[in-house]
Each structure stands twice: as structure tokens, then as C-alpha cells.
Design a protein around this ligand. Structure first.
Ligand SMILES: *[C@@H]1O[C@H](CO)[C@@H](O)[C@H](O)[C@H]1NC(C)=O
Ligand SMILES: *[C@@H]1O[C@H](CO)[C@@H](O)[C@H](O)[C@H]1NC(C)=O
Ligand SMILES: *[C@@H]1O[C@H](CO)[C@@H](O)[C@H](O)[C@H]1NC(C)=O
Ligand SMILES: *[C@@H]1O[C@H](CO)[C@@H](O)[C@H](O)[C@H]1NC(C)=O
Length: 507
């Protein structure tokens, strides 16, 4: 049936484009057919649109009917669990069809319309720091395994006459898909890096391997698996020690570094302190924003991958083996449906950082969106995401990458990966979390807190909707969070000595 209009259409096109059509074909018929042509063109066009719409509706109906069954049970089920079921359904379908199906309904990639009048949008971290009137430095270091990292630094605050770097030192470490830019994009009086600088700290901003500023290696090419063959474990074992040692070389071995991490920036700290335990004595204290170690109660869509995390080959195929790319079709699919539920702006929906970490409309300053989208996602390896997905599946275990029993045996000498032994952490640590955090919920943070030998504080942001990335960019972050953090940093000077003494006594 469908062939009839198409064949007719082709015939008419042939007639119309044929140079001598006027000569051999009766004129009145040509006129009639011309009229028909536009009808048929419309028909085909319409049909085309309908076919696509039909396809989309089909998928949607399937999901809706699936939801319909569940809706009776829990009317007020939250969007993330609805989303979870949607994804489960979809991914099983995709698995059956060998995953190509993702590409077929993923929307086109949209570019957020950036205002060219705003010069900050395309600025790098050091440029942004300088733009806001602070002194900006870049430091390049090479890790033991050959990754080339760039650190950024604000040695002292603006408008000061004393140009020596401040003695008080703080190291900020970004989270998954983040970079040093995370700490500066919102500008003076808002961004943590500037607030700390104004408070008299020498501020160092780390960039983990694989992100915008640390995408280089002494011998490995960045488009090889060999380059991207790392997770947060390698960041904790090679990047962090190199960064901390470098700061100590730069400022003197007696420098006491305050470590502030966000998200993965906290995971790498816990992994470091429980393996290379000498860093418990080197650092002054740790301040974990949205701390991620145990992941039993994660609500981020990343948990939807957990089910497949024992099939590493499949996940790598699904997500791309090397870099976790922002425009990955799976992600586009995920975000499209997350956004249908939540009515977020398209640009937010297409960004892997927002998709994985959530978005809090009320605390998000939309003016900053183009600037933020210019900086995140800053790059991460797919293997890191798989590692996190494994943490979710192995509920209750915070451990190294799981290669499966056979390869584990070769790699670790035992069938299961070694756990990070958190009882070896003696550094005084404060946990600052939020109950609506998709990645670091109250239960998981509590579990972590009771295992710390020297807990400084367990602070919960007093704002119901505060989410994972609000720790960086919330409009009220200074009021809700950074004031408390500054106070803890000050307090620590007094209490950490006591804590160190008591931890020595225990040892
Ligand atoms: C710092 O100096 C700049 C100009 O040099 C000025 O615009 C700004 O208000 C000053 N900021 C402070 C905190 O004094
Ligand atoms: C990836 O890293 C692991 C652990 O460091 C190593 O055992 C393995 O050989 C690496 N694979 C490749 C292809 O580089
Ligand atoms: C949002 O960001 C813009 C640009 O930095 C700033 O001018 C404005 O004051 C911010 N709005 C709020 C509510 O913080
Ligand atoms: C963890 O570390 C503590 C302190 O060093 C030690 O006593 C304990 O045996 C370790 N646990 C495991 C499972 O290795």
C-alpha cells in the first residue's frame, strides 16, 4: 500500500524533471498531476512525520503502560524511580537489539545559544581567575605513571600589597566530570576558590587525569584505551600523591594542606588515605563535600548501569571504551527522558554532569548556564563510571575495580578486589552533605561517618532540595555551606592538634 504513493511520486518527479515532458505528455494531464503532486508530496511528508511520531509514541506508550501498572501502587513515587524503570525497560530492549537502537531515537545534539558578548564563556580557569582580578598561576606536574597534570593556583587575594603566597594552604579537588573551573565559574563572593582566597588561603586547584587540563601523557596517545585505562583508584594512587608532594616541594615540607574535595574528589581522598597511609600525617584535615564512598542508596541514573557492571565489555560498548563522551547516544537518551519528567531546559538535559548528578532549579543561576556548559563535562574515563556502577552493585563494599574472578586473581592475587580499609584513615575529616543528594544520600554518608577514626563534623546543608552540584554553584552556597566550611577550617586549627594527639595515643 505504501508503495503506491511513493511510486506515483517518483513518476511525477521524473515527469517534472524531464526536459521534454511538455512535448510528449498531454498538457491537461500535466496540470492535473502537478496538483496531485503537491498533495502527494504533502502526503509523503506527512507520512514521514507520522512514521517518526508513531515510532516515538510507540516507545512512549510502552513506557506509559509500564508506568500505568505501577502508578496505582505509589501515586507519589519520585521522578528518579520512575526514571529508573523507564531506563530498565529501555536498556533491556537495547540489549536484545544489540544497542544500536539507542542511536535511532536519541535526539539531535543541540548547542546552547551562547551570548558572544560575554567574554567569560570561552575562558579557561586561569583566564577566569585573572579576569576576576586575582593572581593566577598554572603548574604542570608529571605523575609516576606518566600522566601530565596541570594545577591552577590563586596564591593570594586581590588588591593586596603583600604579594607573597599565603601560608595557610588549601587544595580543592573537583568531582566526576569536573575540573578546576568548577571552583571559580560563579565568580568572586560566590565561588569557593575566591571566598577562600579572600579568607587568606593559598588556593590550589587540582585537575585529575583525563579532564580538560590534564589530558596528556608522556608516551600514551589520548585516543587510545591505554590512556583511558584508569578509574578513581589510579587518580588516588598517582595523581593525588604527585599533587600533594608538589605543593610541599613548592611551599616547604612543613606546610599543612587542607584538602577540600567534592564528589569524586572525596572518593580519591578516602582511597588515598586508606592505602598510602603516610598522607594521613601530611595533610592537615579533610573536608568532604558530597562525600562518595559507600553507594547503597544512590539515586543518580548512574545506578541504572549497576546491573550491567559485571559485564564490563557490554558497558564499555554501550558507553564507549575510552573517554566517557558527553554526546554519547545513551546519555542523550537518558537525559531526554529525565527531562520529560522534570521539564528542565534542553541545554541542562543534554549535559552529562546534570544528568548524572541532578539539577536543582531554585538554586541554579540560569545566567551562568552558558559559562558552566562551557566547562562541564570536563572529561572522565568510562572505566571510572563503570567502577562507580560496581560500587552501587556491591552494596556495602568500597573496593577496587572488579575485573571478574579470573582477572582479579591475576591483578590482585585473589578472586575479589581488595576493599579500601577505611579504619586506616586517621586524618581529621568533616563530612558536609545534603539529604537530597542523588549521589551521597544520608544513609551512605552516615555509614561512612561512623567508620572515621577522627571525625570533625557531620554537617547537613539546611535546605531540602540541595543536590550534588549545588555544593559548587547554588545561589545560596555561601550562606548555606561555605560559611560553615570557613568556620570548620578555622576551628580545625584548634581541634585537629587534639585529634592528632588522640590518634597518636590510639596508635
Ligand atoms: C579590587 O580592585 C579592583 C580594581 O583594581 C576594584 O574594582 C575592586 O572593587 C577591588 N576589590 C576589593 C575587594 O577591594
Ligand atoms: C589496564 O590497567 C590494568 C590495571 O592497571 C592492567 O592490568 C591492564 O593490563 C591494563 N590494560 C591495558 C589494555 O592497558
Ligand atoms: C547570577 O549570575 C549573574 C552573573 O554572574 C549575577 O550577576 C547575578 O547576580 C546572579 N544571580 C543571583 C541570584 O545570584
Ligand atoms: C583494616 O585496618 C585496621 C587498622 O590498620 C586493621 O586492624 C584491620 O585488620 C584491617 N582490616 C582488614 C580487613 O584488612
Amino acid at each position: 500500500m505504501k508503495l503506491v504513493p511513493i511510486a506515483l511520486f517518483i513518476l511525477i518527479v521524473i515527469i517534472q524533471t524531464s526536459e521534454c515532458s511538455q512535448n510528449w505528455f498531454p498538457q491537461n494531464l500535466v496540470t492535473t498531476i502537478r496538483k496531485e503532486t503537491s498533495l502527494i508530496k504533502d502526503y509523503v511528508k506527512e507520512k514521514g512525520r507520522n512514521i517518526k511520531q508513531f515510532y516515538i509514541d510507540n516507545v512512549r506508550n510502552k513506557i506509559t503502560s509500564y508506568l500505568g501498572l505501577q502508578r496505582q501502587e505509589s501515586e507519589d513515587e519520585d521522578s528518579s524511580s520512575r526514571f529508573k524503570r523507564k531506563f530498565k525497560d529501555y536498556i533491556e530492549d537495547a540489549q536484545a537489539k544489540d544497542y544500536m537502537v539507542f542511536d535511532s531515537i536519541a535526539p539531535e545534539v543541540h548547542k546552547y545559544p551562547c551570548s558572544k558578548d560575554d567574554p567569560t564563556i570561552e575562558m579557561t580557569t586561569p583566564q577566569l581567575i585573572a579576569f576576576y582580578g586575582y593572581q593566577s598561576e598554572s603548574h604542570t606536574i608529571v605523575t609516576e605513571d606518566g600522566y601530565i597534570l596541570t594545577m591552577h593556583r590563586i596564591p593570594h587575594t586581590r588588591n593586596t600589597t603583600d604579594l607573597r603566597p599565603y601560608r595557610k594552604t588549601v587544595l580543592l579537588h573537583h568531582g566526576l566530570l569536573g575540573s578546576s573551573a568548577d571552583w571559580v565559574v560563579t565568580g568572586p563572593n560566590k565561588a569557593l576558590a575566591f571566598i577562600l582566597s579572600d579568607a587568606g588561603y593559598d588556593v590550589w586547584l587540582a585537575n585529575a587525569r583525563g579532564n580538560t587540563y590534564s589530558k596528556a601523557h608522556v608516551s600514551k596517545k589520548i585516543d587510545t584505551y591505554s590512556f583511558w585505562n584508569f578509574t578513581f583508584h589510579e587518580i588516588s594512587q598517582y595523581d593525588l600523591p604527585a599533587i600533594i608532594d608538589y605543593i610541599m616541594q613548592n611551599k616547604g615540607w612543613d606546610v599543612k594542606i587542607n584538602y577540600i574535595g567534592h564528589s569524586m574528589g572525596t572518593t580519591v581522598l578516602f582511597a588515598l588515605l586508606s592505602t598510602k597511609t603516610q598522607y594521613n600525617k601530611v595533610l592537615r584535615a579533610g573536608y568532604a563535600l558530597a562525600p562518595v564512598a559507600y553507594m547503597s542508596h544512590v539515586r543518580s541514573p548512574i545506578r541504572l548501569l549497576a546491573k550491567f557492571s559485571d559485564n564490563i565489555a557490554y558497558l564499555m560498548k554501550l558507553l564507549g571504551a575510552n573517554e566517557f563522551l558527553p554526546h554519547n547516544a545513551v546519555l542523550r537518551w537518558l537525559s531526554k527522558h529525565a527531562c520529560e519528567i522534570n521539564h528542565y531546559e534542553e541545554a541542562i538535559c543534554e549535559n552529562s554532569m546534570f544528568v548524572l548528578c541532578g539539577h536543582d532549579d531554585k538554586q541554579f543561576n540560569k545566567t551562568l548556564l552558558p559559562l558552566i556548559l562551557g566547562h562541564v563535562p570536563a572529561g572522565a574515563s568510562t572505566k571510572t563510571l563503570v567502577h562507580y556502577a560496581q560500587e552501587i552493585r556491591n552494596a556495602g563494599r568500597f573496593q577496587q575495580f572488579d575485573y571478574g574472578p579470573e582477572v582479579n586473581f591475576v591483578t590482585y592475587g585473589m578472586p575479589t578486589p581488595p576493599e579500601y580499609n577505611l579504619s586506616r584513615i586517621t586524618l581529621p575529616i568533616a563530612l558536609l552533605s545534603a539529604d537530597n543528594d542523588w549521589l551521597a544520600g544520608a544513609e551512605d554518608v552516615n555509614k561512612l561517618y561512623v567508620r572515621l577514626k577522627n571525625p570533625l563534623e557531620r554537617y547537613v546543608v539546611p535546605y531540602k532540595d540541595f543536590n550534588h552540584i549545588d555544593f559548587l554553584w547554588a545561589i545560596d552556597a555561601p550562606k548555606l555551606l561555605y560559611n560553615k566550611l570557613l568556620q570548620l577550617l578555622d576551628d580545625g586549627i584548634v581541634t585537629s592538634n587534639v585529634d592528632l594527639v588522640s590518634s597518636n595515643e590510639i596508635n
